[in-house]
Design a protein around this ligand. Structure first.
Ligand code: COA
Length: 165
């Protein structure tokens, strides 16, 4: 049985390791960026943990920040604005050995639940940048496609998606 909880400062290296496994170099978050997010916005960094014999292991994560921008910008990736109206999702990663079990959707749904119930001030929207093949995954959890993004993070083409909280 997996468990979702906030990532702790002592776990940033595990998160960085999972980023390395899941993303090409031009798209992954650095240890510095991960540490910043965990220290400035711990409530928006979710880890998915699987039980092992004596402990639990991080097998997935979702990282986000608050922003006043209506879509994800490169600036929002390394800058958390605590009073920003919107939540920008920057990373969703599931260890390759644990994919296609609904864990990515579980992480998003957990953040959607927490955003509506426990975050203060209550955010208005959740935004993300998607690669084209993943648009249906995000639509399944309520995101709407807004079109091609002006953001060219990592030199790629991205699509803006938004979820109303
Ligand atoms: C994308 C990712 C997070 C999905 O994790 P997951 O736990 O396997 O996803 P879920 O089990 O919740 O959902 C699986 C669904 O997504 C679809 N999907 C996953 N990866 C896909 C891909 N690369 N292309 C097309 N569809 C994909 C599956 O076909 C499946 O569809 P279904 O629900 O209609 O059967 C995981 O593959 C990953 O970590 N990839 C590398 C990092 C990445 O690209 N992250 C997203 C951008 S931030």
């Amino acid at each position: 049985m997996v468990n979702i909880r906030n990532i702790e400062k002592s776990e940033v290296k595990q998160v960085a390791h999972l980023e390395d496994l899941c993303f090409p170099e031009n798209e992954r978050a650095s240890l510095k960026t991960i540490s910043y997010r965990v220290s400035q916005a711990p409530e928006l960094q979710l880890g998915l943990f699987a039980p092992t014999e004596h402990t639990t292991t991080l097998i997935g994560h979702l990282m986000a920040t608050r922003t006043s921008s209506e879509s994800v910008t490169v600036e929002s990736m390394s800058k958390h604005k605590p009073t920003g109206n919107n939540i920008a999702i920057h990373s969703l990663s599931i260890h390759p050995a644990h994919r296609n079990r609904g864990y990515a959707k579980q992480l998003i749904k957990e953040l959607q639940f927490r955003s509506g119930k426990t975050l203060s001030p209550k955010p208005r929207n959740m935004t993300l940048l998607a690669h084209k093949p993943l648009i249906p995954l995000y639509e399944e959890v309520g995101f709407k496609l807004m079109g091609e993004s002006a953001c060219k993070f990592g030199g790629d083409t991205w699509y803006d998606m938004i979820y109303e909280i």
